[in-house]
Design a protein around this ligand. Structure first.
Ligand code: ARG
Length: 254
């Protein structure tokens, strides 16, 4: 009887411990932010004008500017982690970062792994080609061609759907642009704003008129992070209502 009792005790203890550990696995973002006095943004600073390194080597752009407003609203310091675009959502789930601000488009696949804020920008995928190219006038001409994209982006998804195309995936979109310049690939598929920035600096390149997609940029948080998401949505709404949003668009994008 005594042995039986102690077995039950051990069993109960194990259950309590198991529940405690499972509980710890869930990150309470708001209390962590308050406790550490900082909020951590994840981005990939290879995407001007939304994020890039400025002359001082700091991560700058529209997204960091918006993130500063989020930190201000929370009354804490903003820390920025710069990493590969395709590792951002893992870094978010594992708790390395608290949110993603990276010109990230809302997609059904991403919605399975994170929650998104309200949209803060409408974008589309565009085709960049060399000016001297005679064959590529639009999406239909990309069949069987060598395409360049940034790995894990919606441009990558789009390119992967083009019949018989050879998709070359780069960690940085600028490297795809460089390979286009030197003739290693035939076209690059990239979001409109960074495409404009890169093409303005390279007069041998041009952007075709056709818009391949219609996408919404939003900030990503961990699934179920409701309270934190509400703060972010409030900041986006306040920025729009106060006119500060338009100022940031003028300062960074237009
Ligand atoms: N909008 C595209 C996507 O969500 C590309 C974003 C790339 N962003 C970056 N910071 N490199 O897939």
């Amino acid at each position: 009887m005594k042995i039986f009792k102690s077995k039950i005790l051990v069993l109960l203890l194990t259950m309590v411990l198991a529940i405690t550990f499972v509980g710890c696995g869930k990150i309470n973002t708001m209390s962590r932010i308050k406790k550490n006095n900082k909020v951590v943004m994840g981005t990939n600073a290879e995407f001007p004008p939304f994020e890039y390194r400025n002359d001082k080597g700091e991560v700058d752009g529209f997204d960091p500017a918006m993130a500063k407003e989020i930190a201000k609203e929370l009354g804490v310091e903003l820390v920025i982690e710069d990493m590969a675009f395709d590792s951002l959502l893992n870094a978010l789930s594992s708790g390395k970062i608290d949110f993603v601000a990276a010109g990230m488009s809302v997609t059904p696949e991403r919605l399975e792994n994170c929650d998104f804020s309200e949209s803060y920008y409408t974008a589309s995928q565009m085709i960049i080609v060399r000016k001297d190219n005679t064959e590529i006038k639009g999406r239909d001409d990309l069949k069987g061609k060598k395409l360049g994209v940034q790995e894990g982006t919606t441009g990558d998804l789009e390119a992967s759907e083009i019949e018989n195309a050879e998709v070359n995936r780069f960690k940085k979109a600028i490297d795809a642009v460089l390979d286009l310049k030197n003739g290693k690939i035939d076209a690059v598929i990239l979001d409109a704003s960074p495409a404009k920035v890169f093409v303005e600096k390279n007069d041998d390149l041009m952007i075709l008129d056709e818009e391949l997609t219609n996408e919404e940029y939003a900030i990503a948080v961990r699934k179920g992070d409701k309270e934190f998401l509400e703060v972010i949505n409030k900041v986006i709404r306040d920025l729009k209502a106060s006119g500060k949003y338009d100022e940031l668009v003028k300062q960074y994008i237009e």
